[in-house]
Design a protein around this ligand. Structure first.
Ligand code: FES
Length: 334
């Protein structure tokens, strides 16, 4: 059977949305091209953020990382949208599917670039005539030299004419070299967004926020939205970096603690420093909690950390799978 010329239909429940696709395109890119904010992260079968259940229909899967989609999950009907090609009409069950804010392609002016050790904090200004909204935790794609670079939005979503990005310096990373050596204030960048389904849930549950590196960006956005919406709940923040120099905006932490019921643990994995825990965030989480049944966990950053936290929280500490939310950062060297 030749699939390529047949137009098929993807339906998403419980939202009852539909879009067309042909076999050549994977389901994720077909949805994104039609401005549907399907859940995703790496787009390469490595993070599991696009995992969802196929309610009906047949698909083929391209190669993917077997750690993020186990054979037994395939038997239960799960798939990775970024690697799935529809062979028939398909119905997907995506309970947290977000289509609240339209995905837009917009210009933005670089208002400010502040470099703190290994991280650049970029403030972008959106033209006053444009409406742009996002949920704390979402990200945008910056267009640069014909490619997209994904960066989480770090600012308060209630202040949406201004966007904040945190860019970590990577030696020979094309976008970070560009930020460090060429990007100037007042320059115009183009971006697409908001993207992603990583976001704060509207529940009463206490929260554990756990991040590495610039995975702090969406966590900062979540915390600022909790403050500005006067949400009062138990919060725990774990932030890990290789060295003390990789931390930034530390001055915010005591301010947040004055406003919130927030406990903070900072970890360095490559050195011993007073005031910091030595080792990984996962170890500290394991030491601090024996049961996470009543919690939600939001993990953002390095994919290995996310896998380890999931394993620990869900398989050892009784966290409900539905209460684990993650956004994996896959560094791009290009
Ligand atoms: S596994 Fe599909 S977006 Fe990461």
């Amino acid at each position: 059977m030749e699939y390529v010329d047949i137009m098929l239909k993807i339906s998403i429940i419980p939202e009852n949305l539909e879009f067309d696709i042909d076999y050549r395109e994977n389901i994720l890119s077909a949805g994104l091209n039609q401005n549907l904010n399907l859940p995703h992260g790496c787009k390469s079968g490595n993070c599991g953020a696009c995992k969802c259940k196929v309610q009906s229909g047949d698909i083929d899967l391209d190669e993917y990382n077997k750690n993020v989609l186990k054979d037994e999950e395939i038997e239960q009907g799960y798939t990775l949208l970024c690697k799935a090609h529809a062979k028939t009409d398909v119905v997907l069950y995506i309970p947290h599917f977000l289509h609240g804010f339209p995905i837009k392609m917009l210009p933005a002016r670089v208002e400010k670039i502040k470099k703190i050790n290994t991280t650049a904090i970029i403030t972008l200004k959106i033209p006053a005539i444009q409406q742009f909204g996002f949920y704390a935790g979402q990200y945008i794609d910056i267009m640069h030299k014909g490619k997209n670079r994904s960066y989480s939005l770090a600012g308060n979503p209630n202040k949406n004419d201004e966007l904040e990005l945190h860019v970590r310096y990577y030696n020979k990373g094309i976008f970070s070299e560009f930020v460090w050596n060429e990007l100037k204030e007042q320059q115009i960048l183009r971006f697409k967004g908001p993207l992603g389904n990583f976001r704060l849930q509207e529940t009463e549950n206490p929260i554990i926020l756990i991040c590495t590196g610039t995975g702090f960006a969406p966590i900062k956005s979540i915390i600022e939205s909790i403050i500005s919406n006067s949400i009062n709940k138990e919060l725990h923040l774990y932030w890990g970096n290789r060295t003390k120099e990789d931390f930034y905006l530390l001055e915010l932490l005591p301010q947040w603690q004055k406003q919130l019921n927030l406990r903070i643990t900072l970890c360095v994995s490559k050195e011993n420093m007073d005031g910091y825990k030595s080792g990984y965030v996962t170890h500290e989480l394991d030491k601090d909690f024996s049961d996470l049944k009543k919690y939600e966990v939001y993990a953002c950053g390095n994919i290995k950390m996310i896998e380890d936290v999931y394993e620990l929280a869900v398989n050892k500490l009784n966290l409900a799978k539905k209460n684990f939310f993650s956004d994996a950062f896959i560094p791009s060297s290009e």
